[in-house]
Design a protein around this ligand. Structure first.
Ligand SMILES: Nc1nc2c(ncn2[C@@H]2O[C@H](COP(=O)(O)OP(=O)(O)OP(=O)(O)O)[C@@H](O)[C@H]2O)c(=O)[nH]1
Ligand SMILES: Nc1nc2c(ncn2[C@@H]2O[C@H](COP(=O)(O)OP(=O)(O)OP(=O)(O)O)[C@@H](O)[C@H]2O)c(=O)[nH]1
Ligand SMILES: [Mg+2]
Ligand SMILES: [Mg+2]
Lengths: 278, 292
């Protein structure tokens, strides 16, 4: 039973609305609806609904990078720098990443470089205990770059394969904090050639259009290699990553799907695109 | 910005008279676009624009304003009325100790807000007691204890139970012992669709019987603000909300969705990570942000 739809302005507006409601944003949604009109109207003024959704899913997936691509390791040690605004899930995601690499037989070291927020170090130490990995820490208020530096030195001395550096949440409009981040990354590079090999921007799936600004401003101070989209177990679709892909070409590599250490997966553009239209 | 876009739509109309159906449609489309890019939820934006249309249709264009400015003025006024109309202070009543229940999604800023509120109430001459009811997140209790020391407010915490209802009951008797007159209960972040945790929230609410039940929401929240607000409003029976991280550059359209859907006021704004970074909510400021 084919459901035929006419590619009318009304229909395309409906498509736009679905995308906007998924946080894809006005500009990207309008562009996707437009490209749909162009692609399908070439052959006919109407198409069946299954074909329309397939084209949309393909267009979205094409913007978002490779299917479940395992990260290539740099170093050793492969240095991961976790960054993002406050409360998005950086520390919890580090536990998940530690578990991910440990399961693949790699020796993992964590660096507690959030030396600012109340009990941030305790939180990471607790996760390190649970996952069974070492963690380098210093006192509260110490220089985060110094913690990162020490951790990388320790990793080289002890033969760790992966180091994951936790940083304090910071809003992208705070110049001083963004400069601090730049310094942390720079210091990593001094201790290990090419470090950080993987800078991950942690983005909360509930985030609206400010996610684009986050990606833009963080990219301006440290090259972002990939996005980790957290809290996808909620109702939010995380569509802002489509807008980010469109304007900054940043790939999504990982997803967080819960508060437990196993609530983690490699990003699947195909699954994600399907989720947008559900 | 929105004003310039609307000027473009209404060019040539200045000084001549009424806004018409035609230029109104285009103008409203620009407004809808601005609201959506500011993260106002689709349905909320639609309803809001419909109300603006009603106010604007037939409105006499003020001699001193261009039509674009007039429309922005109507939108701004409508936003401020909506956002600020229900403003009311914190309700701390009933048999002492009074209760404040702090709830919301993971990472929204509840623990930090709890400490900020404690400091704020202390400065108003109250004797708050912070209650650590997040028994799930690693080092959550430690976080509240560190903040409690910072604001010099006692923290009631239990490491011998995983039941937040038990903690509330213990906190109530402890409050009477140390003569605290208001309990600030910090809870674990939870998804509004997590049935088990929403039921737990209801149980905590019933045990505490708080006169103030606040939803804490991140200002960068997108389209889901409606779904989040609706469910927490119903299950938590909220009396108001708190919008956090307003020191960032998010436009904050979630504020409109929040007030529209819950019918309850935004009582506080989180404006920083420090325990002093708490403001009373200013509707005119957020209206300006939303309009960009
Ligand atoms: N439901 C859900 N919750 C998550 C997910 N990832 C993290 N969280 C929760 O989000 C909250 C914040 O997580 P954190 O790891 O502390 O976030 P953060 O970015 O390190 O926060 P700051 O260091 O304070 O900036 C915690 O309650 C986590 O359990 C996820 O994928 N799903
Ligand atoms: N810049 C800024 N950061 C804030 C604000 N409120 C909270 N934060 C930060 O946001 C992060 C999360 O705050 P928490 O208080 O741990 O959030 P929570 O809701 O208790 O998190 P869970 O208990 O995991 O659900 C921390 O890094 C806080 O310092 C605010 O108004 N401005
Ligand atoms: Mg953290
Ligand atoms: Mg908390």
């Amino acid at each position: 039973l084919r459901r035929e739809v006419y590619l009318t302005d009304e229909f395309l507006e409906e498509v736009e609305e679905i995308l906007i409601a998924a946080d894809v944003g006005v500009d990207a949604s309008v562009e996707l609806a437009e490209s749909l009109r162009r692609r399908l109207k070439q052959e006919k003024a109407q198409a069946d609904l299954a074909e329309v959704t397939r084209v949309l899913r393909e267009d979205v997936a094409a913007m978002l990078g490779g299917e479940e691509a395992e990260p290539e390791l740099g170093g050793p040690p492969h240095v991961i720098l976790m960054v993002g605004v406050n409360g998005v899930g950086k520390t919890t995601s580090i536990a998940k990443l530690a578990r991910f690499h440990k399961d693949r037989g790699r020796k993992v070291l964590l660096a507690a470089a959030d030396t600012f927020r109340a009990a941030a170090v305790e939180q990471l130490v607790s996760w390190a205990d649970r996952v069974g990995v070492d963690v380098v820490r210093q006192g509260m208020g110490s220089d985060p770059a110094a913690v990162a530096f020490d951790a990388l030195a320790a990793a080289r001395a002890r033969g760790h394969d992966v180091v994951i550096v936790d940083t304090a949440g910071r809003l992208q409009n705070k110049e001083g904090l963004m400069r601090e981040l730049e310094k942390i990354a720079r210091v990593c590079g001094r201790q290990v050639d090419g470090a950080p090999h993987e800078t991950i921007l942690c983005l909360d799936a509930n985030t609206g259009q400010n996610g684009i600004t986050q990606a833009k401003e963080f990219s301006a101070v440290v090259p972002i290699d990939a996005i980790l989209l957290s809290k996808l177990d909620g109702t939010a679709k995380g569509g802002v990553v489509v807008a980010i892909a469109r304007s900054l070409q940043l790939p999504v590599r990982y997803v967080g799907t819960g508060e437990g250490v196993d609530d983690f997966a490699l990003f699947s553009p195909r699954e994600f695109a399907e989720g947008l239209f559900q | 910005d929105l004003q310039e876009k609307l000027e473009g739509v209404f060019r040539g109309l200045s000084g001549k008279g009424k806004l018409s159906e035609e230029n109104m449609t285009e103008g409203l489309r620009e407004i809808r676009r601005a609201l959506l890019s500011a993260d106002v939820e689709v349905g909320v934006a639609k309803a809001f624009v419909a109300r603006v249309r009603e106010k604007a249709m037939g409105a006499e264009v003020l001699k001193s304003l261009t039509p674009g400015q007039q429309l922005v003025k109507i939108v701004h006024e409508e936003l401020v009325t909506l956002l600020g109309g229900q403003a009311e202070a914190l309700r701390l009543e009933g048999t002492p100790p009074a209760g404040v229940l702090v709830m919301g999604l993971q990472g929204s800023g509840k623990t930090t807000f709890s400490a900020k509120l404690a400091l704020h109430l202390k400065s108003k001459g109250r004797r708050p007691l912070l209650v650590a009811c997040d028994l799930q997140r690693p080092a959550a209790i430690e976080q509240l204890e560190v903040l409690g020391r910072e604001v010099e407010v006692p923290v009631y915490a239990r490491r011998d139970t995983k039941d937040p209802v038990e903690v509330v009951q213990g906190a109530k008797s402890h409050a009477r012992e140390i003569l605290s007159d208001v309990l600030i209960v910090d809870t674990a972040g939870r998804l509004q669709i997590d049935e088990e945790l929403m039921a737990e929230l209801e149980a905590v609410r019933e045990a505490l019987d708080p006169s103030e039940r606040l939803l804490v929401l991140d200002a960068m929240t997108g389209q889901e603000a409606v779904s989040i607000a609706k469910t927490f409003s119903e299950r938590g029976e909220i009396t108001g909300s708190v919008l956090t991280k307003l020191d960032g550059d998010a436009r904050g359209g979630a504020a409109l969705s929040l007030v529209e859907v819950t019918g309850k006021p935004i009582k506080f704004a989180g404006v920083g990570e420090g325990v002093g970074d708490l403001d009373v909510f200013h509707p005119d400021r957020i209206a300006g942000r939303i309009l960009g």
